[in-house]
Design a protein around this ligand. Structure first.
Ligand code: PXP
Length: 250
């Protein structure tokens, strides 16, 4: 059964709308953890549009569950990760003008840099995951560069508008997951997942972690972040693969 990491970037987005000190993502992280989240995810972007260096430092001190730092491979950001030492980094491509992460990291084209970053993170005992589109060459490049995990981009699934398109996107996720598992990678998934579309992805066997942000924070505005986190965990558990029960002995 997969577990939930809550991406709390947009708590910081609200704070930055007024360049003030509330709401504090550090407080939000504690609430998510109390609601049962397995991990807290933040993206330290080069433009610091939401999460900033202070947040990352304090979250490292205060998050007791998994602390997953999303980041690009730019050298100043890699250096910050080496200093902060989150439990895990998730490597993403980053464009300054984008609203949110667009597309996956091209691990196949950036193999040299990726291998360097993986070596440096492993020296600090930090797990490395790559955010990739569900394609074989990206899974293979992640495995060949020594990554620990891949996060399969669920955006194309979330954006699929017809039953046939949804089916195709789910099949791509399944195939990539099987290949990643063969390569002994942990398999995560995220982007665009919501309370409405999580069920078929939660049902995929062998996924370990979901990273979900916007939908949970949007609901949190109305019901509170603890309730929003708990509701998503309930759905993941309800639709997730059921544990095998042993046949009853006579
Ligand atoms: N995973 C990755 C790698 C991301 O970049 C993001 C967005 O920051 C997410 C998951 C969460 O996506 P969403 O906010 O759509 O749930």
């Amino acid at each position: 059964m997969a577990v939930l990491n809550v991406n709390i970037d947009h708590v910081a987005t609200v704070r930055q709308a007024r360049r003030t000190d509330e709401p504090d993502p550090v407080w939000a992280a504690a609430q998510c953890e109390l609601a049962g989240a397995n991990g807290i995810t933040v993206h330290l972007r080069q433009d610091r549009r939401h999460i900033n260096d202070r947040d990352v430092r304090l979250l490292k001190e205060t998050v007791a569950c998994k602390f997953n730092l999303e980041m690009c491979m730019a050298e100043p950001i890699v250096k910050i990760a080496e200093q902060i030492r989150p439990d895990q980094i998730t490597l993403v491509p980053e464009k300054r003008a984008e609203l949110t992460t667009e597309g996956g990291l091209d691990c196949a084209r950036n193999k040299h840099r990726l291998a360097q970053v993986v070596r440096r993170m492993h020296k600090k005992r930090i797990l490395v995951s790559t955010f990739i589109v569900p394609q074989a060459e990206q899974v293979i490049a992640s495995a060949e560069t020594g990554c620990d995990a891949v996060e399969l981009h669920t955006g194309p699934y979330a954006n699929a508008r017809t039953p046939a398109a949804v089916k195709k996107r789910l099949a791509e996720l399944e195939q990539a997951k099987d290949l990643a598992a063969d390569k002994r990678l942990f398999v995560h998934a995220g982007h665009g997942l919501t309370y409405r579309n999580i069920a078929p992805v939660a049902a995929i066997e062998g996924l370990c972690e979901f990273n979900i942000g916007h939908s949970i924070i949007a609901r949190a505005v109305l019901v509170g972040i603890r309730e929003a986190t708990a509701e998503m965990i309930r759905l993941i558990e309800k639709f997730g693969p059921q544990p095998q029960t042993k046949p009853k002995a006579n």
